[in-house]
Structures are given as structure tokens and as C-alpha cells.
Design a protein around this ligand. Sequence first.
Ligand code: G3I
Length: 456
Amino acid sequence: MTQSGKGPLTRRQFGRFALSLGAASTLSGWMRASAIQTPEPALAPRVLVGGANSLRAHAEARGLLYGVAVDPALLDVEGMAAGETRDRYTLLVATQADILVAENAMKWAGLRPTADKFDFSLADRMMLFAGQTGKRVRGHNLCWHEGLPPWFKDSATKDNARQMLVAHIRTVAGRYRGQIHSWDVVNEAVEPADDRLDGLRKSPWLELVGPDYIELAFNTAAEADPQAKLTYNEFGIELDIPEQTEKRTQVLLLLRRLKARGVRIDAVGVQSHLQADGPQPGAGLVKFIEEVAKLGLEVFITEMDVNTRNVAGGPDQQDAAVALVYTNYLGLVLAQPTVRVLLTWGFTNAHSWLNNGMDPSNQRRDGSPQRPLPFDDKLKPTPVFLALRAALDKAQPAPSPAAARTEVPPSAAPSPAAPPTPTPNTPPPAAPVRLYEPFSVKGSPPAQPSSSGPSQ
Ligand code: G3I
């Protein structure tokens, strides 16, 4: 766990400190020990980010949930419990997010050190923090071809894989039953390039269990946690380029097959790992969301970030390009009444997977870090923060209170020592709704909303 503050605050001081998050000058003192050095971003010195100025408050004002992927190891749960934290990462998560998802801690690899052991320590840590701060939680994920532990390939066989999948889902989803807003039950199961008639990816689960592994996973999750919204989560379905258009088609066909077989599925996650350069999402995605809505499913934007590996120039140029993508993309998807949940994959550039060095193709030619998210490595808001917040203000308002109909309520604080909620929300006034702005990112197709799409 990182504790980057100078010393503990008293409970009363915590309340004052949380309120003071409204000033970027306060934030600028944060995170002195940062591994990544970048020049200061080009934002005006006083950008208010706390309370009514937070992403969370602006999202809530439009009936949306804004959330972030977190590393639970970085959350100062003990400090929160004692009402004494001054850890900046922790406070910023508490201030900005309505909903959390563990970036890795709830994956098989995060939970299963050996074939016969579960380690829930990190996942429990996030659940505890969610309880302390009244956040909702997304579960990510129960079945994926990646994020599997090293022992899996030697232990899983055609004879035991079905039972392993069922047991895993019962154990994990069962442990957090009633506490999860939505589970990514199956992640990234479609891959048209694998050339199967059913469009499914040739994954270990497909090979070992067979194509019905998807409905097996959904049916098991439905039993294990009837309240969670059961989600199919997918990447590479945002653009109007042939591979992604085909993938959207195959995802829709999969959803229709599942519905036709009576499988309970409640939502589709559109991951939204976007690029700052090249083609941008447009009419095809809008049409997809409309088709998903016709099946009675919600759409969640589950993992948004913007890759800046090819953006020439320094931080300012990266931030400008990324801010434009956020503006345009959120203008597109948040105009859809079935899109009520938006998460970014992390919220600080320092903690983004795009900067973790695991994938060399994500490295920028000049060696500087990418800037895919609304806060920089010093936890200061960047122009991306402003673009994201402005896009939330323009979102389609919730159609009716029914949007929250069967939802799991935010977690209740489990401990009497829990600190006061750090965000006194006076929601900002709703901005007039502007539904769609055409793209102007270099390389964009001349995308327009479909004729049945949103109207101005
Ligand atoms: O923590 C260990 C460290 O102890 C070890 O020394 C190091 C070397 O192998 O690995 C570290 O774990 C890595 C972990 O990220 C934390 O950095 C894993 O190897 C690495 O596989 C893992 O990558 C994650 C990846 O999913 C695979 O699970 C990324 O953080 C995470 O951002 C990424 O998230 C995925 C979503 O789950 C699904 N959609 C796409 C998204 C981005 O790829």
C-alpha cells in the first residue's frame, strides 16, 4: 500500500482536507515520490476537482455513474477506517468515483495462487473500501482467456474444466453476493479472425468446455449472485473499420443466441480502449448500442482510456489529442439513454496499464509516458479531466428513475469509525443537452449518427 502523505489527519481534519480537494493547488503538493517525471500540464492553475466539481458529482447530476479501475493495494483502507488517511490516491478515488472495479485483483490470476487455493485479500480490500466510502463495485471478471494463473494450463483438462469454471464462479460471485453492481461474467469471447462460423475466439475455455461455456458461465453467475447485472464485456468493437464492424456483428449474434436460449444477460460492456490517432468511433457503434437496447440490455462503457503512443509532441499535445477523443466519444455514447455507466481504466496516468511497460508496442518513441487518463502522475487534473467533466454535463439525462430499478445500492460503511463521505455533493445544474458532435481527429471517417440515431 502506498502512503504518500506527511502524517495522519484527525477525523475532523479529514473532513476539512477532503473539502479542500476543490483546489488544484492542494493537489499539486500530492504524490511527491512519483516514478515518472513529466513537465507540468498546461491546465490553468486553479481547477476545482472536489465536491460539486468532481467527476462523480457531474455524473450523478445526469443520472450517470462514473467510475475507475483501481489497484486495491494502493488504497489506504486502514487510514480510511480510522478516519485518518491523507493518502492522495485514496482520497482522489473517494472523491471522484461512484463505482470501482479492480484492474486485476478479481481475475483468476489475482484470486487463484494455486489450483486449490483462493486468496481474496486484495479483492476484499477493495470491497472494504467500497463499504467505507459508499461506492458501487463492478466485478471483473469471471471467465476470460487471459488473466489466468500459470498453473491453469497444466491443471485444466477437458474432463475438469467445466467443473472448474462452475466452482470458480460459485465461489467468487457467491462470496460477494448482493454487493456487486455488475459482473463481467464473460470477457472478450468473440474473435472473427479465428475464423469460426460462430465468431467465437479459440480460447482455452472454448477448447476445454466447448462453445456452451458462455451460457454455462452466465447461468452459474445468475444463481450465485442474482442481484448483479450480468455483463458480456468486449474490446475492439468501437470503430467503423472492417474488423471491428464484423466483431460487432458477431457480438450481436452471440447476444441474440443467448437471449433466444433464455440465458439471463443484462448488459454489454464496451471497453473503449481508444487511440488518439487514426479512425474514431462513429455511426456503427451508435447502431450497435441501439441494437443492444432492442434486446433489453444496458450498455456500460467499462474501460475507457486513450492511447497516445503515436501522438507527436509533449504532454500538452498528448492532452489535447486525448481530450478531443473524450469529448467526441462521450458525446457519441452518452447521448444514448441506455448508457448510464462510464468507467475509465484507472484515473491517473502514472497507474495506467499503458505505462506499465508490459507491452512494448505501447511505448512512445520519445520514451515519455502516455497520458490516457484525467489525472496526471502527480494526481493533478489535466485538460482531459475538463473534457471528461464537460462531456458528462452534456450526457443524455436519465430517462426515468427506472434506470436504477434493480440495482444493488452503494455499499454501506461497515465500520462505525468510517470517515465522513468526502464529497459533499451539491450537484451542478444540468447543462443543456447537446447530443452529438462530429469528429475532427486526424484520420476519422466522416461519421454521422445513423438515421435512427440521436437527433439534435
Ligand atoms: O504484479 C505483477 C508483478 O508482481 C510481476 O513482477 C510482473 C511481471 O510479470 O507482473 C505483475 O503483474 C502484471 C499486472 O498486470 C500488474 O501490472 C501482470 O503480469 C500483467 O499480466 C497484468 O496485466 C493486466 C492485463 O489486463 C492482463 O490481466 C493489466 O494490468 C490490466 O490493465 C489489463 O486489463 C485488461 C482488462 O482486464 C480487459 N480488457 C483489456 C485491459 C487492458 O489490457
